[in-house]
Design a protein around this ligand. Structure first.
Ligand code: TYM
Length: 350
């Protein structure tokens, strides 16, 4: 898949020649996992899994930055793990773990807090958007990107594959890494965001001018996810907002954003080129046909994820066993890096 990497490749603690590039990425277990998460992140993790050294995390500590129901958070943490696995993340090829199981993340966040100017955090657009919607804003919400920087930097990750909305956070992680390296000597790899050219910002089916998001997942027809009933997915696509025309082509025109979104979804799921996609619809009978065929490929893509996740969820003990193994592998990388941070910052490390 075509990807655009922002960043300059100026990694300071590069790995030995021939080593596979190291990848770190994560998702919050709160809210409904949706097609945007799948296309912008999970599918791409799976596609790149073979040739990279991967760390994929369920970032439960990040979910706590807004109020959560404890039982539901626990359930969703296992559910998201099951979705990762059912979508094709293989525990022998990738390290799959829960953030809170590796204590270095919270500790590393504290140490990085102490080199991060407050002004950098106040500028984050996600913080500004999210905090504006809340009556009482928790400190953790402001600190969210520093925890994310700790996630990435503890693993010396070179690549961070995400949707477009995380780009600013990854830029901040780069700035924090550079500042730490400057203050205490070369310690961290400076990571690069890896953001796809197509599908990095899947829009709401009910409103193609706003990003598909977990916070709107309760809104009827906004998003679809792999755990949804296929008939419901079909209905959501049928109702998808388009425009009064009938031209099925990729376009930057905001008036055509609905059709563009549907074509992008189809392109990423089928793995076809833009030209092939437009050819596929050259003889379509209007938008009804387009919506029907996009719904079909999404339902087919989600079927094994839905069935696999249900099977895995039936055996919580097995999921927990896999996660314990993942946490051990992750800690073996993160804990020595945390120790290095502490030593450089002047703490006595017993
Ligand atoms: P989260 O849980 O909000 O989203 C998970 C991933 O899905 C992508 N995404 C989208 N991609 C395309 N179209 C959309 N509409 C869409 N909505 C979401 C996100 O870009 C993300 O890749 N802060 C992160 C979690 C995180 C993390 C990290 C990521 C914590 N630590 C370290 C990378 C590295 C987040 O909120 O993801």
């Amino acid at each position: 898949m075509e990807t655009a990497t922002a960043g300059t490749g100026d990694n300071v603690a590069a790995q030995p020649a021939g080593a596979r590039r190291r990848v770190f990425s994560g998702m919050q277990p709160s809210g409904e996992f949706h097609l945007g998460n799948y296309i912008g992140a999970l599918k791409r993790w799976v596609l790149g899994q073979e040739e990279k050294e991967n760390f994929f995390c369920v970032v439960d500590l990040h979910s706590l930055t807004v109020p959560q129901d404890p039982a539901e958070l626990r359930m969703r943490t296992r559910q998201l793990t099951a979705i990762y696995l059912a979508a094709g993340i293989h525990p022998d090829k990738s390290t799959l773990f829960v953030q809170s199981h590796v204590t270095a993340h919270a500790e590393g966040c504290w140490l990085l807090n102490c080199v991060t100017p407050l002004g950098w955090l106040n500028k984050m657009t996600q913080y500004k958007d999210k905090s504006a919607k809340q009556e009482s804003v928790l400190t953790g919400l402001l600190d969210y990107p520093v925890l994310m920087a700790a996630d990435i930097l503890l693993y010396d990750a070179q690549e961070v594959p995400t949707g477009e909305d995380q780009k600013q956070h990854i830029e901040l992680a780069r700035n924090i890494a550079e500042r730490f390296n400057h203050l205490y000597g070369e310690t961290f790899v400076v990571p690069e965001p890896v953001i796809a050219k197509v599908g990095a910002r899947i829009m709401g089916l009910d409103n193609p001018l706003v990003k598909m998001s977990k916070s709107s997942s309760g809104v009827r027809g906004h998003s679809v996810g792999p755990l949804d009933d296929p008939a419901e997915i079909e209905r959501s696509f049928k109702r998808a907002v388009t425009d009064p025309g009938n031209e099925i082509r990729f376009s930057d025109d905001p008036a055509k954003a609905g059709v563009n979104n549907l074509l992008s979804i189809y392109q990423v799921i089928t793995g076809r080129s833009g030209e092939e996609v437009e050819n596929d619809f050259a003889n379509a009978r209007g938008y009804g046909d387009l919506k029907k065929r996009v719904a079909e490929v999404v339902i087919e893509e989600f079927r094994p994820v839905r069935e696999g996740a249900a099977r895995l969820m039936a055996d919580a003990a097995e999921l927990d066993r896999l996660l314990a193994r993942g946490a051990e592998q992750a800690a073996a990388v993160a804990m020595p890096k945390l120790r290095e941070m502490k030593e450089k910052m002047g703490l006595i490390v017993p």
